[in-house]
Structures are given as structure tokens and as C-alpha cells.
Design a protein around this ligand. Structure first.
Ligand code: NZQ
Ligand code: ZN
Length: 386
């Protein structure tokens, strides 16, 4: 097992009515809150009113309108508000987009120049406001990790800023807040959770047996409860299992003792940067194509292990098992109601070269990925998704 550092300082408050803790916990840091939220779902669901009820004694400044695939312009606005009003705490109410924007705002509040500099060079992050989150969609794991993915609408770049100062101090994870999620968001979120697990599972093992078994349990949980959550949106057991799986899928637990660069995420981030598509939708389309592309004599054992341990396939031939496991995974995404090709979401081949070279340039795809991929490989994977 590789040497590994594991420190997750986020306080998770999981379950019904945990939001009540915010008053006591935020008070420790001050009275002025920047409340960051999205396009209005929290008003429709009643959560907005609940937050005001719980945080009666605080001065709340609002930054609404955070876009899915949060934009740099929103971060600039939030950072300005923090400086102008002397904000003590940034409170994200929503999903990965609101939480990621909040993380970037929290560190940009202490930076005098343009916040994009912090994405390009994390050494410039020196301080951050405390970040609290109330999660309303489970997908990214942002509620329990130090990463934030921000889109620069001018340059069409979608890049990650990752810094230990950006761990949320506390995240409220109440599965009942997921009851109102539309089917499409539940499906895309489930695909994102699954992809996070794959990105860490499909890496050389280096003896990290425990990490692989935990990953398989997390994958089985998604395959079991994703369809139930879509059919029965108010099924607490399904929502709660998916919610906790999303947090552990990307809090570094499932990469413990392993390593390597991710593969499908950098390829997808180009799609959402150029076409503003839903992250999980892009991942669901790309994942089976990536799997088939990297299946070879060196990787087949791991793909066969996935098929046997997660899909319970009993084929003795490794290639047959691997191919069947990939097909079941593809079928699963389609059964969730997700599109299976790029053509279905209106994407043609006109930007494949540009996106592929950006994906390779901005990631470890060609140097540290499970199977190293260069620009031509990535173009071919995009083509195979048409
Ligand atoms: O904006 P509102 O009106 O709130 O609607 C949102 C949004 O349209 C809606 N929604 C959320 N909770 C709801 C709800 N609708 C009804 N009821 C509820 N309870 O769902 C839509 C999607 O929300 P968003 O926050 O964009 O989803 P998600 O959590 O999937 O976040 C996606 C973003 O996170 C990045 C993605 O690239 C993308 O930009 N990622 C962040 C990561 C991280 N920080 O670690 C890792 C991921 O791999 C990912 O890249
Ligand atoms: Zn993701």
C-alpha cells in the first residue's frame, strides 16, 4: 500500500433536521453570512425560509443565481461582497455548483487581484473564510472535500482549485432535502458518484485491498439505490444511502493507499466547459466508451474483478467478464434515463481536437492516468461517443 495522508476536517451533520445546528456552529465564527444559492430551487422547496428561521440572529447577505457549472463572474461578485460587507462565514445552500463557488469566493475574499489567478496557481491561496454547506443534491462530494471546479466563461476553461483551506467546516446532509430533486438530476448525480469511484478504482492497486473492497461496496450502493431514488423520490433509505456514498466517494477514502491521475473527468470537463452540459450526463456518456478504449491485456484483470465483485458475474474468462461488466454499466446509465451518445445532446465532432488537447494539457491524462492517453486517444473516445 502506498504511503498516504488522510485528514478530513469537515464536520458532517447527517440526517433529518440537522440544519438546526447551524445557529450554534456558525456563531463561533461571527454574525455576517454570505448565503450562496442557485437558480431558486431552495425557494420552491421551503429551505430558504427554513434557513432564515434557523439563523434569526444573523445578518445575511445573499448571492443568488449560481449557475450549474459555476462561473468565474459569480465568484468575482461574491468575493467583492465579502470584502465590502466584512463577511465572517460563507454558507452554500445547494449542490456542487453552489459549494464550489463558495469555496472559491472564500479564498478570493483575501486576494486583491482577479480570483482566476488562484485557480491557475494554488500557492496564491493563503487564507479562506470558513465555509458551511447545506447539501441539496448528492453528486460531487464537494461537501466533504477541498476541491472546487470553476468555469471561466471568457477563456472556456473549466478547472479545479484544490486547497486544504477549502474543506467546508461543517456540512448539513439531510436526505429529505433530496426528495424534490428532478429525475434527471438524481440520475446525473448518481452517474457522477459512480464515476468518482471508478476514477479511483481503475488505478494500479499496490496492495490496497481494503480500498478496492470499500469501492465495490460504494458502487453496489449506487447500482442498488439509484433506480429506487428515481422511482420513489421520497424513499429515505435510498436517498440517505446515496447521500453518504457521494461524500465518501470523493473524500479521499477510496483512493487511500493508491494514486494516479483521473481519466474521464478531464475529458468531461471540456464538454461542460464548451457546451455547458450537466457534468453527470457527460460522464455517463463517456464512461463506457473510455472503459472499452482502455480495456487491454494489462487492464482486463481489474475490469473482470469489477464485473465479478460488483455485478456478480460468474464468467470465468476475464475478457468476457470485463466486456459484460462494461455493457451492464452502460445499460444502467441508460435505464436511469441518461443519454447514451453525444449526438443525443446535440454535440458534433467540430471541437473534438480542441477539447482533447485541452483535456490532455490541463490534466495528468498523458502522464499519470491508469492508461495514459494523448490527444489522439481522447479524440477517438469522443468519436466513439457520437
Ligand atoms: O440552481 P437551483 O435552482 O438550486 O437548481 C439546481 C441545479 O439546477 C438543482 N437542484 C439542486 N438541489 C435541488 C435541485 N432541484 C430541486 N430540488 C433540490 N433539492 O439541481 C441542479 C444542479 O445543481 P448543481 O449544484 O449544479 O449539481 P451538482 O451537485 O451535480 O454540481 C455540479 C458541479 O460540480 C462540479 C461539476 O463539474 C459541476 O460544475 N464538480 C465538483 C467537484 C468537487 N467540488 O469535488 C467534483 C465533481 O467531479 C464535479 O466536477
Ligand atoms: Zn464528478
Amino acid at each position: 500500500m502506498n504511503n498516504y495522508e488522510f485528514c478530513v476536517p469537515t464536520d458532517i451533520r447527517f440526517g433529518k433536521d440537522q440544519i438546526e445546528c447551524l445557529d450554534k456552529e456558525i456563531k463561533k465564527y461571527g454574525k455576517k453570512i454570505l448565503m450562496v444559492y442557485g437558480g431558486g430551487s431552495i425557494k420552491r422547496t421551503g429551505l430558504y425560509d427554513k434557513v432564515y428561521e434557523v439563523l434569526k440572529g444573523f445578518k445575511i447577505y445573499e448571492l443568488p443565481g449560481i449557475e450549474p457549472n459555476p462561473k468565474l463572474s459569480s465568484v468575482r461578485k461574491g468575493a467583492e461582497m465579502c470584502k465590502k460587507y466584512g463577511i465572517d462565514v460563507v454558507l452554500a445552500i445547494g449542490g456542487g455548483s453552489c459549494i464550489d463557488a463558495s469555496k472559491h469566493i472564500a479564498c478570493a475574499a483575501f486576494y486583491d487581484k482577479d480570483p482566476w489567478d488562484l485557480v491557475l496557481d494554488k500557492k496564491k491561496v493563503t487564507k479562506a473564510l470558513p465555509i458551511f454547506t447545506v447539501l441539496t443534491i448528492c453528486a460531487t462530494g464537494s461537501e466533504m472535500n477541498p476541491g472546487a471546479v470553476i468555469s471561466n466563461e471568457d477563456t472556456k476553461e473549466k478547472l479545479e482549485i484544490n486547497h486544504p483551506l477549502l474543506y467546508p467546516r461543517l456540512s448539513v446532509c439531510d436526505p429529505t432535502y433530496l426528495f424534490t430533486l428532478p429525475k434527471r438530476q438524481t440520475a446525473a448525480g448518481t452517474a457522477d458518484i459512480i464515476s468518482h469511484i471508478f476514477e479511483q478504482y481503475f488505478q494500479p492497486n499496490d496492495g490496497a485491498y481494503i480500498t478496492d473492497r470499500l469501492s465495490e461496496a460504494a458502487l453496489k450502493t449506487c447500482f442498488k439505490y439509484g433506480p429506487i431514488a428515481i422511482k420513489e423520490p421520497q424513499n429515505y433509505e435510498a436517498r440517505s444511502n446515496l447521500m453518504w456514498t457521494s461524500s465518501i466517494a470523493l473524500n479521499h477514502l477510496l483512493t487511500f493507499g493508491k494514486g494516479g491521475a483521473w481519466s474521464v473527468h478531464p475529458i468531461e470537463h471540456e464538454l461542460s466547459a464548451f457546451y455547458d452540459i450537466t457534468h453527470g450526463v457527460g460522464l455517463a456518456i463517456l464512461t463506457p466508451a473510455w472503459m472499452r478504449y482502455v480495456l487491454n491485456s494489462e487492464t482486463v484483470k481489474r475490469f473482470a474483478m469489477f464485473a465479478r465483485n460488483v455485478w456478480d458475474l460468474d464468467r470465468s474468462d476475464d475478457y468476457e467478464a470485463a466486456i459484460a461488466g462494461i455493457s451492464l454499466t452502460e445499460h444502467f446509465f441508460i435505464e436511469l434515463g441518461l443519454p447514451g451518445t453525444l449526438s443525443e445532446i446535440g454535440i458534433d465532432d467540430s471541437k473534438f481536437e480542441l477539447m482533447a488537447s485541452e483535456a490532455v494539457r490541463t490534466s495528468g491524462l498523458s502522464t499519470r492516468a491508469y492508461v495514459k492517453l494523448d490527444t489522439e486517444d481522447v479524440v477517438q473516445i469522443y468519436r466513439n461517443c457520437l
